[in-house]
Write a protein that binds this ligand. Structure first.
Ligand SMILES: Cc1cc2nc3c(=O)[nH]c(=O)nc-3n(C[C@H](O)[C@H](O)[C@H](O)COP(=O)(O)O)c2cc1C
Length: 303
C-alpha cells in the first residue's frame, strides 16, 4: 500500500491522495461508485489507510494547532449524517488559558474524588450525566476491557496494585494528555438517544479529518463524572445540555512509549451475521419483496 500523502480542502471538496496507486485504483472502481466530485481523488485503500491509522494518542507535543485548522476539521466533520439532518452536535473548543483552567479544576476534583473514595461507604461527590459503561459487566466485554486496561498499563510500566501511578495516568486525561486543544461534545437535553448515534458519527469524522491533516486525537469519556465542574467553565448550561464526551487534539509525541499502544479487533466472523438464503450474497429483483397483498395493491394502482 502506498503512503498516504495527506488531505487538502479545495473549493469545498476533500481529497485524500495516495501517491503510488491513486490512478490505478481509481480506474478499478466501478463507474457508479464514484460521486462526481471524488472521481479522480479517492482510491478506497487511501480511505482504509486513513481509518486504520487513527488510534488513541495519549501524549502530545507542545506545538500549537492553528484555529483555522480546527475550524476546517469541524467543517468537514459536519458532513456527518444525522436523522432528518437535525445535526444535533455541539462542540466547545478549548485552548490556552481556558483549557488550563478546565484542567486545573478537574484535576482538583479528581484528587478530591480519590480521597473521598478512601473513606468506606462514601460515594464520590461527582457523578456522570449518563452511563457510558454498563453497570453490570458481562463477557466478552469485561475481558476486552481488562485486556485493554492492562495492555495500556504494561506499556506504561504500571503494575497491579500501583494505585498512585494509575491515578496519575487517569489524571493525564484531564490534562488532555498535553494536547494544546481540547474538544467537549454536548447534546441538548431535549434530544433522545438517537442523537447519540449522530454525535458518534460526527466525532469519528472529526478524528479522521484531524488524522488526514497530520493531527491525532483521543476520545475521552473520563471527563463525564466531572461534568458539573466542566460545564460552567465552558459557559454551558447543564440544565439545557449534557456533556457527552471530551477529546484531545494535537500533534502526537511519536517518541512517547504510550503512543506505541495499539489495540486489536475481532475478526468479521466474530461480529457479522450473514442472513441470506441461499448462503451466498446474491442479487434479487424487487419482485417478491413486498407482502402479496401489497404487491396486488401496487399492481392495480394507477401509475
Ligand atoms: C467514546 C470513547 C471514550 C473513550 N474514553 C477514553 C478515555 O477517557 N481515556 C482514554 O485514555 N481513552 C479513551 N477512549 C479510547 C479507547 O480506549 C480506545 O478507542 C480503544 O481502546 C481502541 O483503541 P484505539 O482508539 O487506539 O483504536 C475512548 C474511546 C471512545 C470511543
Amino acid at each position: 500500500m502506498g503512503p498516504l500523502c495527506g488531505g487538502e480542502l479545495e473549493g469545498g471538496r476533500f481529497f485524500l491522495i495516495n501517491s503510488e496507486s491513486e490512478t490505478a485504483l481509481t480506474k478499478e472502481l466501478p463507474e457508479r461508485a464514484q460521486p462526481p466530485e471524488l472521481s479522480h481523488a479517492l482510491p478506497s485503500h487511501a480511505m482504509d489507510a486513513l481509518i486504520a491509522s487513527r488510534h488513541s494518542v495519549r501524549a502530545y507535543l507542545n506545538q500549537p494547532v492553528p484555529q483555522a485548522l480546527v475550524q476546517e476539521i469541524l467543517q468537514v466533520a459536519a458532513r456527518a449524517p444525522s436523522g432528518s439532518n437535525i445535526q444535533p452536535w455541539r462542540v466547545y473548543v478549548l485552548s490556552g488559558a481556558a483549557l488550563t483552567r478546565v484542567s486545573r479544576e478537574v484535576c482538583l476534583a479528581h484528587d478530591q474524588s480519590a480521597a473521598h473514595l478512601v473513606e468506606p461507604g462514601k460515594p464520590s461527590p461527582f457523578t456522570a450525566p449518563y452511563a457510558y459503561y454498563p453497570r453490570q459487566w458481562t463477557e466478552p466485554y469485561l475481558q476486552r476491557r481488562r485486556d485493554n486496561g492492562w495492555g495500556l498499563y504494561k506499556k506504561l510500566g504500571i503494575e497491579k496494585g500501583e494505585k498512585d501511578k494509575m491515578h496519575r495516568q487517569h489524571q493525564a486525561n484531564f490534562l488532555f494528555f498535553g494536547a494544546p486543544v481540547g474538544l467537549m461534545f454536548t447534546l441538548s437535553k431535549t434530544l433522545e438517544r438517537g442523537s447519540m448515534l449522530d454525535l458518534g458519527m460526527f466525532m469519528q469524522n472529526t478524528m479522521l479529518a484531524a488524522k488526514a491533516r497530520g493531527l491525532d486525537t483521543c476520545p475521552q469519556a473520563a471527563w463525564l463524572p466531572y461534568a458539573s465542574v466542566v460545564m460552567p467553565l465552558l459557559g454551558a448550561d447543564p440544565e439545557q445540555e449534557t456533556l457527552m464526551c471530551g477529546m484531545s487534539l494535537g500533534y502526537a509525541d511519536t517518541k512517547a512509549r504510550v503512543n506505541d499502544f495499539h489495540t486489536p479487533r475481532e475478526s468479521v466472523e466474530g461480529f457479522a451475521h450473514w442472513v441470506s438464503e441461499p448462503a451466498a450474497c446474491g442479487v434479487q429483483s424487487m419482485e417478491g419483496r413486498l407482502h402479496p397483498t401489497l404487491d396486488r395493491h401496487l399492481s392495480t394502482s394507477p401509475p
